[in-house]
Each structure stands twice: as C-alpha cells, then as structure tokens.
Design a protein around this ligand. Sequence first.
Ligand code: FES
Length: 161
Amino acid sequence: MPATLPADKRLKILDAAIRKQQNRPDALIAVLHKAQELFGFLDTPVLWHVARALRLPPSRVYGTATFYHLFSLKPRGEHSCVVCMGTACFVKGAQKLVDAVGDLGGITAGQTTPDGKVSLLVARCLGACGIAPAVVLDGTTVGTITPDQLTARVKEWTHGS
Ligand code: FES
C-alpha cells in the first residue's frame, strides 16, 4: 500500500473538486487534471487517493495517467532535455546523447536531477528526422547535435545560467 498523502490544503482542494464531480468515475480525467495542477505531478499516493475517491481500480487510474502525455508521473525539472529515440535519430546515435546527459546529471531517461534543474526525457519521432539526431531543449528543437555539444548546453543550465 503506498504512503498516504499529507493532509494539506492541496488535498482539501482536490477532495472538494472530487465532491463537485459527485465522485463519478467518469470524472477521472478532470480529477487528474486538478490533481496535477495542485501537486505538479501525479505520484503513486495521489493516484491511489484518486482511485479510492472515485471507487476505481488503481490500475485503471494509473493506466489513464500514463496514457495521456499531458500527465506527468514524476516532478519536472526547471529545464527539460527531450532526446528523440525514433529510428532515424537512434541510427544517428541518440542513445549516446541520452547516456551523455544521464552521466552528467547522474540520472537515467525519465528522471530529473536531484537539484531539480534538468529532466531527461525520451520521445518517439519528433518529426525532425532530416536533422537527426534531434533533441528538444526547453521547447526548442536542435538537430545534428553531438554528445559534447549537448552536454555543453546542459552544463549551461546546471551552472546557474
Ligand atoms: S526519428 Fe528523430 S525526429 Fe524523427
């Protein structure tokens, strides 16, 4: 059984939103939206809380939260580095990019550095195959990037720029 949530103001607001939806299971997406707005991301205690409140199996709630890209199950860092792992980028060495940023920050794909500065994420084809390997740095697509160039960019973030 996952840990329960701290009984703070955010939880009261979430519970009020759930009551407003009359605890209807079909309000799941709306409730997850509200939860993410309040907590920033949807970790296991939040998901279990929602499941209990809506009388849904946790597997269903977890499945919905992971299906929609707009929901995040982990805290997001101040900066994000999304490495494309689609075929064209993979062939051009995308894994080396993931490894380089991962080594630099001591994280693996899907994680955020402990200081909250950088989230390292992977995606399928970003639609920029012509400039593979492609990454998206804080929303800006950058192509034909090498591991050294990428780590230099990420270092700028981690050194308080
Ligand atoms: S495979 Fe990376 S942009 Fe298409």
